[in-house]
Write a protein that binds this ligand. Structure first.
Ligand code: C2E
Ligand code: MG
Ligand code: MG
Length: 682
């Protein structure tokens, strides 16, 4: 095969002219790894007996990896441009080293593929040091480039050539960030050398290189030049970045974590001061997240957290705002503005809009509400610790006032300190000292308007904190494994009341809330039986309420426990219906007698009661007793009347009352009724 020298427009006759040259010339085929043609002189250089013998050699057999890579690189360079490379090569024909200055250039082979033309000039004997040095430069993985003073490249070793995207790239053009280049260039100018780790342009991507540059001279011309050596540290840099990211971010939501927030707090406060702004912290806690997590499972619980994070993220749009997940179901927004109050209120408005729609996770619709505690800086505290403590108090104030709201910190909040409740064993001693009481809220018959029962609502009458809401201590008791004890105490108090009213000849249905954690305790059945015997209460007039959103799906042991309690004569109601995500088949697995429609469905404008209407119709169709919660107006009551709802509760009739006041209310009602009876008789 004769090579076709189209790159150089040399004819076949001229090729035969090459044969007589004293310079060794050969043509190499990259794909086969064979020399396809060589002149007389090349036979000597390669110590070949004949051209046939030379052509039969497979050059790849003892080609090192770095040379193989370089060959591939050469081919690409030849295709891309009319590149010419000259290198000192030491060949080992028949084992003896022979040093040549080889000039490599591209040559198109007969079949159109790119080959390589080699011209080997035998060198004067060179000193060993220089030889080894030249070899090292060819083989090293360090990228070495010599730039002229004006920035264009005079020389690149193979490692540098292998990564450069554009042969014409200048020293400055190598850097992604021009400021980094300027810093390095000025270091070289001032001190003669410089070093940076920088993002640089390469053929494949932007990479991170450790770049060392030093002032030098071009050995060929004596002109000033810059010698640059580079090592790829992309992997290391990414590992470092990942480690930093992991240390400062939460893995589930990719938001900043508590550590980051706390470490950056002083910077945030400084920035607020510098700009002459005011700052705000919004401490956000998901309501009943524990229930959501337990009911949907940990994995879907994480999906909920990610979705919550995304909705919050969409509210935090200001360049001054930042959002973090502090852990569990707690998030924090930091913001600053000249008018911090209106900024905060608009943020809270956005959050409310975002969370007004339920979440859709794995075919389920899950409503999520938030309790938010707000503190202002500097008004509410001078430093991170104080501000966070106050934000916590404000958030617990929001929980204490029925959740799904924002509370702005006020010094009076010191009363109910979550930290105190959580850390000093206050709940333990409160249970020991029997500080828990019940309030009773009347359950009223819609048609007759008569009190037919009451819901027992737990209160902690703490000598230290005053009256504490169950929204604060019930989750805390659940967390500390104290809920069974609390539940037993509350049930006993309710049973005593129930027995008392039976004895007075005024039987009342009393309902008691029960936590799903209690239902998981196998001992619950015995506890209820024990209290029943101890107090002599009548199970026919006692009911248990289970919050819908807290009901575990398909939990055989829970269903068994409910059946066992029902076997004792008690009835079960599903509480806060509509706030969960139960489907009907799920509810039917449980032996419920009735359903309480959550107050958020009826306690709205009339045109928004479509869902309430549906829930009521469905419950009636399934034969459930219906109770509406949170009735606050005559209009709402009339609406219930038209829909033949059985019972209602709400501030319109009465707030939950302590036992004494409840007894008075009941006595007054009975007296009024007797008067009416007397009037109608006489
Ligand atoms: P729940 O069982 O749905 O109780 C109804 C809540 O709505 C009560 O809040 C009551 O004060 C409030 N409420 C009643 N009528 C109205 C109204 O017209 N408007 C408004 N805005 N609110 C009204 P409370 O007493 O703070 O109880 C909160 C929740 O704590 C209860 O919700 C229940 O889930 C839980 N809880 C209360 N006592 C116990 C208990 O002994 N054990 C367990 N496990 N949970 C309890
Ligand atoms: Mg209830
Ligand atoms: Mg309820």
């Amino acid at each position: 095969m004769k090579p076709h020298l189209s790159h150089f427009h040399i004819s076949a006759e001229a090729l035969s002219g090459f044969s007589r040259l004293r310079t060794a010339v050969w043509v190499y085929d990259f794909d086969t790894g064979h020399i396809v043609w060589g002149n007389e002189a090349s036979l000597r250089v390669w110590a070949a007996d004949s051209l046939e013998e030379l052509r039969s050699r497979d050059m790849r057999v003892d080609m090192s990896l770095s040379v193989t890579q370089r060959m591939a690189q050469y081919r690409e360079d030849f295709i891309a441009s009319n590149a010419v490379f000259s290198e000192n090569w030491t060949l080992y024909p028949k084992g003896k080293p022979l040093t040549l200055c080889v000039i490599h250039s591209g040559i198109v082979l007969e079949d159109g593929r790119m080959g390589m033309l080699g011209e080997g000039l035998e060198k004067e004997p060179v000193d060993i040091e220089t030889l080894r040095c030249a070899e090292a430069l060819l083989h090293t993985t360090v990228m070495i480039t010599l730039f002229a003073d004006d920035g264009h490249a005079l020389y690149r070793n193979p490692a540098a050539r292998a990564v450069v995207g554009d042969i014409a790239e200048t020293f400055a053009g190598h850097f992604v960030d021009n400021d980094v280049y300027k810093t390095l260039a000025s270091q070289v100018k001032l001190t003669g050398a410089g070093r940076v780790v920088a993002a640089v342009n390469t053929k494949s991507d932007i990479c991170w290189h450790e770049v060392a540059a030093r002032f030098s001279y071009d050995a060929a011309t004596g002109d000033p030049a810059i010698l640059v050596s580079e090592v790829d540290v992309t992997e290391l840099k990414r590992t470092q970045e990942r480690a930093l990211h992991l240390a400062t971010h939460d893995v589930v939501t990719e938001l900043f974590n508590r550590k980051y927030v706390m470490e950056n707090f002083p910077r945030f406060l400084d920035l607020v001061r510098e700009r002459g702004f005011e700052g705000a912290l919004l401490l956000i806690d998901i309501d009943h997240f524990k229930y959501v997590n337990e009911s949907v499972g940990h994995e879907l619980g994480e999906r909920v957290l990610v979705d919550v994070a995304n909705r919050l993220r969409s509210c935090v749009t200001g360049s001054q705002d930042s959002l973090a997940r502090l852990g569990g179901d707690e998030f924090l927004i930091q913001t600053m503005a000249s008018d911090i109050d209106s900024r905060t209120r608009s943020l809270i408005g956005q959050i409310q809009t975002q969370f007004s729609k339920p979440f859709h996770i794995a075919d389920r619709s899950i409503p999520i509400t938030l309790s938010v505690g707000v503190v202002y800086f500097p008004k509410d505290g001078p430093d991170a610790t104080t501000l966070m403590k106050h934000a916590d108090l404000a958030m617990y104030h929001a929980k204490n006032n029925g959740r799904n709201r924002a509370s702005y910190y006020d010094p009076s909040f010191e009363m109910v300190g979550r930290a105190d409740i959580f850390h000093n064993g206050a709940l333990h001693s409160a249970l020991e000292n029997r500080e828990f009481t019940i309030f009773l809220q009347p359950r009223v018959h819609v048609r007759s308007g008569r009190i037919i029962g009451a819901e027992a609502l737990a209160r902690w009458n703490s000598p230290r904190y005053g009256m504490v809401s169950p929204d604060v201590f019930v989750p805390a008791c659940e967390e500390f494994g104290l809920i069974s004890e609390l539940g037993a105490q509350i049930f006993e108090l309710a049973a005593i009341e129930q027995k008392k009213y039976v004895q007075q000849g005024r039987p009342l249905k009393i309902s008691v809330n029960i936590s799903p954690y209690q239902l998981r305790e196998p001992s619950l059945v015995q506890t209820i039986e024990r209290i029943m015997l101890k107090t002599g209460c009548s199970p026919d007039y006692l009911e248990f309420e289970i919050t819908e959103s807290a009901m575990p799906e398909d939990n055989e042991s829970v269903i068994k426990t409910i059946h066992a309690i029902q076997g004792l004569g008690f009835r079960f109601f599903i509480d806060d219906f509509g706030t969960g995500y139960s489907n009907l088949s799920h509810i039917q697995k449980y032996p419920f007698s009735g359903l309480k429609v959550d107050r958020s469905f009826v306690n709205v404008e009339i045109e928004q009661r479509k869902l309430a209407e549906m829930i009521i119709m469905m419950a009636q169709a399934m034969g459930y007793s219906t109770v509406a919660e949170g009735i606050e107006t005559e209009e709402q009551l009339e609406w219930l009347r038209q829909r033949e709802v059985d019972e209602y509760q709400g501030f319109f009739f009465s707030k939950p009352l302590d036992l004494e006041r409840f007894a008075i209310l009941l006595r007054n009602e009975d007296a009024e009724l007797n008067r009416q009876k007397f009037r109608s008789v006489s």
